[in-house]
Design a protein around this ligand. Structure first.
Ligand code: SAM
Length: 269
């Protein structure tokens, strides 16, 4: 088994390569062996799996994934981290790609087998990227995403709950999301101000409601962008009150009260 990166290893790697963690890129490096092994377990990563790791940083998690016998595609945006990352993962079944995951030509890298995704990204990247990949890349069959607590809870909230938002409905359309653990801030270097959680998302073979995706997204965005208003107001530009009622949805409800089948019926109207 390859050693896990300790806090001292991470500090030494940064010093030796003359680097400081970039705040703008959300660089907080995990340095806790047991937590890394837990994430690998939660990702159900096993020998022979293909895993895309988005935001591998210095390779803390990458080592755990490779150790489990996975073949890893590691997509890192920061060109200054590519040397230390390549050094840490030398000799392992890891392909390092220096790219912004939001701009990557995924088609060219994925081939025709299925993949598991492990991602530890700043929240402003994680949420749009995961929503985009769910909609565009069916070969990505499951995800474990590490994000700050509120963002993770929103991803997993499920439509019809108080904390639901746009991502909750979109994720529920494509699959099932669950908060499966938390990651204390002290396990990172540098120590971030917020606590992180781990969200596991499993993509369903087909969407969970039979409704046109683009229309559903337009309605969900309109509804949650004015979440304090009744949907007869917030959706007025897209549906009349009569159409809402004809879809068997109460026009006086607010967006957060609608479950996925209700959004599906509205999108099908
Ligand atoms: N996974 C590593 C760990 O746990 O130690 C690093 C996690 S750090 C919170 C986030 C990483 O994502 C950084 O290495 C950062 O450079 C990278 N990153 C940020 N935005 C990215 C993007 N759009 N595409 C790919 N990597 C990105």
């Amino acid at each position: 088994m390859a050693d896990r990166l300790t806090r001292t290893d991470v500090r030494n790697l940064l010093d030796r390569h003359g680097l400081e963690p970039s705040r703008a890129l959300g660089q907080n490096f995990l340095c806790d062996g047991p937590m890394i092994d837990k994430i690998v377990r939660l990702g159900r990563v096993a020998a022979g799996d293909h895993v895309v790791e988005i935001g591998p940083g210095l390779g803390s998690l990458t080592l755990g994934l490779a150790d489990a016998g996975a073949s890893v595609l590691a997509v890192e945006i920061d060109r200054y981290l590519i040397d230390p990352l390549s050094e840490v993962t030398a000799g392992l079944d890891v392909t390092v790609v220096n790219a912004d995951a939001q701009e990557l030509d995924w088609e060219a890298h994925l081939g025709d087998h299925s993949w598991k995704v492990i991602a530890n990204l700043p929240y402003n990247v994680a949420t749009p990227l995961v929503l985009d990949l769910l909609a565009s890349r069916p070969e990505l069959e499951s995800y474990v995403v590490m994000v700050q607590r509120e963002v993770g809870e929103r991803l997993a909230a499920g439509p019809g709950s108080k904390t639901a938002g746009i991502p909750s409905v979109i994720v529920a359309y494509w699959g099932e999301a669950t908060v499966v653990g938390s990651v204390p801030a002290q396990l990172f270097l540098p120590v971030p101000k917020v606590e992180s959680v781990l969200v596991r998302i499993v993509r369903a073979p087909t969407p969970n409601v039979d409704a046109p995706y683009d229309r559903l997204v337009a309605l969900v965005r309109a509804g949650f962008n004015q979440r304090r208003k009744m949907i007869r107001r917030s959706l007025a530009a897209l549906l009349s009150e009569e159409q809402i009622a004809a879809a068997d949805v109460d026009p006086t409800l607010r967006a957060e009260a609608l479950d996925l089948p209700a959004w599906g019926r509205l999108a099908d109207t």
